[in-house]
Ligand binder design. Structure first.
Ligand code: FE2
Length: 169
């Protein structure tokens, strides 16, 4: 899907940025729903997983939420790739193209991590604080990694957009 267009003139770049930025309404709705759902899942998980003593009392819910999170992330990454902002960044300049490639490459690893956490959580004894604490540390690490990834993507989009509108030129 991603194509590096060679020999673009300023004019053709302008055309491609117009293409890159025009997103149809159905797609926008999917993106909005996905972001809302992800935020909802994370917001539910945060207090329950804030401390092992709290998590013990919510283990069943946490198992269910991590399964939902894994499914939602599968959709989230597919949507991001289909949305095409990677392609847009790739068309914009080589430095952004490299960043876009690296970030897209992280999707597989992040999804595998989410899926293995969703599987692992079901195996943790729900009445033992120590294995729960260990699992929560893993989950926190994953959430930090995912957040850093999302922030880097946002930065990429903003860099690509500011290139388009000539900020700093
Ligand atoms: Fe992403």
């Amino acid at each position: 899907m991603s194509i590096i267009q060679s020999g673009q003139s300023t004019d053709s770049r302008q055309e491609s940025s117009t293409r890159g930025l025009s997103v149809n309404a159905a797609f926008l709705k999917d993106i909005k729903d996905d972001n809302r759902e992800l935020k909802h899942l994370m917001d539910q998980l945060t207090p329950m997983t804030s401390h092992p003593e709290i998590a013990v009392n919510h283990w069943g819910e946490i198992v269910g939420l991590l399964s939902d999170l894994s499914d939602q992330l599968a959709f989230h990454f597919t949507l991001e790739e289909a949305y095409g902002y990677f392609d847009h960044a790739i068309e914009t300049e080589p430095q952004l193209s490299m960043t876009a490639g690296l970030l897209r490459g992280e999707h597989t690893e992040l999804f595998e991590l989410a899926r293995s956490l969703a599987e692992e959580v079901a195996e943790v004894p729900s009445d033992e604080t120590e294995p729960i604490a260990k699992f929560l540390r893993k989950l926190k690490k994953f959430r930090n990694q995912f957040e850093r990834h999302e922030e880097a993507e946002l930065e990429l989009i903003l860099d690509a957009l500011s290139d388009d509108i000539g900020v700093g030129d």
